[in-house]
Design a protein around this ligand. Structure first.
Ligand SMILES: Nc1nc2c(ncn2[C@@H]2O[C@H](COP(=O)(O)OP(=O)(O)OP(=O)(O)O)[C@@H](O)[C@H]2O)c(=O)[nH]1
Ligand SMILES: [Mg+2]
Length: 401
């Protein structure tokens, strides 16, 4: 089953690699100079959900995920790319290379320096002198230009081919954009929402920009992170961003999360990502760091409820992408796989996924030879079109061929 891939984007020095480290502790290189990252960094982060094991009263043996204190942590892939500067889609900075790294992303996290202390190219300027809202519109424009360039590179040829071979332009467009993880249904609904009439080329020319924006919003939704919220100039900017953008803006301090997680790893504090507090365990070993931690406690955790990092991840997966958790099993009474592992796998699938679609994701043969599904613990049989519910434990029955 494909794991969700989220791209981390933004201008140089906004804190993208720090954000990845905060989520994953992979140790990506960070620095206060632009283009610290050149080759993309990958990492795995985990969303936290209540594990089914508590409800069923069993001790589980997770394989594809982690269970801790009754919480299931499910993996999500992250890609932290090089900084984006104006004109990137035309090849400036590290240009298209970075954009091409994002082809497979399901969603983008735009890390913004909310303190307003970096110019468009990521160079330090006076604190608060740059308006971070400019970064938001600029990034959307760059992604649009990137998609549009891919289409227009061969637009005339595409139109000629459509006319000569009597193929719909939308079909050729779908082929062209298939490498960008843009689904045929996103493309057809985008065409529907624009003023394009599929077999009238003139309407395509007039509405292409609009179409590209609609496609981008559907296929690469963007969540804005108002990072460096620990800086004094950041809060006001964040409030303004929230007011103007209305949704999908979150305050965060990636650096604070990195500090908390590394102290937790050293054993000086006890802290669970997403929590609004921590406990000091070893004051002596902590030494001078105690001051920094207390500052994080008062200025970030108490003010915003958390560092923002884990909250953003959960928002993306469960609210924005509307994913649910499903546990496939072989044995309906013991909730085990064929090797006796209890609740071994927990998968994130989009809400609305049917039993047969789920079967196909586990194994293509399961979908081909599908008989029905059975829910645990009730044993209730469900058909191919049953829409899976969050926390369903299901056995797929397939004919043995
Ligand atoms: N105060 C503060 N500083 C931060 C925060 N997040 C990152 N930084 C600092 O910002 C600088 C840039 O961070 P990086 O994570 O390297 O930025 P990047 O976006 O990956 O930069 P490039 O790879 O050059 O594009 C570093 O000095 C970080 O320590 C934060 O939440 N608060
Ligand atoms: Mg970086």
């Amino acid at each position: 089953m494909n794991i969700m891939l989220i791209g981390i984007v933004g201008k140089p020095s906004a804190g993208k690699s720090t954000f990845l480290n905060a989520l994953t502790m992979v140790g990506a290189k960070t620095g206060s100079y632009p283009f610290t990252t050149i080759e993309p960094n990958r990492g795995t982060a985990y969303v936290r959900t209540k594990c089914k094991c508590t409800e069923l009263g069993v001790k589980d043996n997770p394989r594809n995920s982690i269970c801790e204190n009754g919480f299931r942590f499910l993996p999500i892939q992250f890609l932290d790319v090089a900084g984006l500067v104006p004109g990137a889609s035309e090849g400036r900075g590290l240009g298209n290379k970075f954009l091409d790294d994002l082809r497979q992303a399901d969603l983008l996290i735009h890390v913004v320096d909310a303190s307003g202390s970096l110019d468009a190219e990521g160079n330090q300027v006076n604190k608060g002198s740059w308006d971070p809202l400019k970064d938001v519109s600029f990034l959307e424009d760059e992604i649009d230009s990137w998609i549009k360039n891919i289409i227009t590179r061969d637009y005339i040829g595409m139109k000629k081919k459509a006319e000569a071979e009597k193929i719909r332009l939308s079909k050729l467009l779908t082929e062209k954009l298939s490498g960008l993880k843009i689904s045929p249904s996103d493309i057809s609904s985008s065409i529907f929402e624009s003023d394009i009439i599929d077999d009238d080329p003139k309407t395509w020319d007039e509405n292409l920009d609009n179409l590209v924006t609609i496609i981008r919003k559907k296929s690469k939704p963007i969540i804005v992170v108002a990072n460096k919220i620990d800086q004094e100039t950041a809060h006001e900017n964040y409030e303004r961003m929230k007011e103007i953008l209305k949704k999908d803006v979150f305050p965060a301090s990636a650096l604070s999360e990195v500090v908390l997680r590394s102290e937790q790893e050293k054993g000086t504090i006890s802290y669970t990502p997403g929590d609004s507090d921590f406990k000091i365990l070893d004051e002596e070993k902590l030494g001078k760091k105690k001051e920094i931690l207390l500052k994080i406690k008062h200025e970030i955790l108490e003010r915003y409820g958390s560092t923002g990092i884990q909250k953003i991840l959960n928002y993306i997966v469960f609210d924005k992408m509307k994913m649910i958790v499903v546990y496939p099993v072989e044995d309906l009474t013991k909730y085990t796989d064929k090797d006796g592992n209890v609740l071994p796998d927990a998968f994130l699938v989009p809400k609305g996924t049917t039993t047969i679609e789920f079967a196909g994701k586990i194994h293509s043969d399961f979908a081909k030879n599908f008989i029905n599904g059975q829910l645990a613990p009730s044993g209730r049989r469900v058909g191919a079109d049953y829409e899976l519910q969050n926390n369903d434990v299901i056995k797929i029955n397939a004919a043995v061929k």
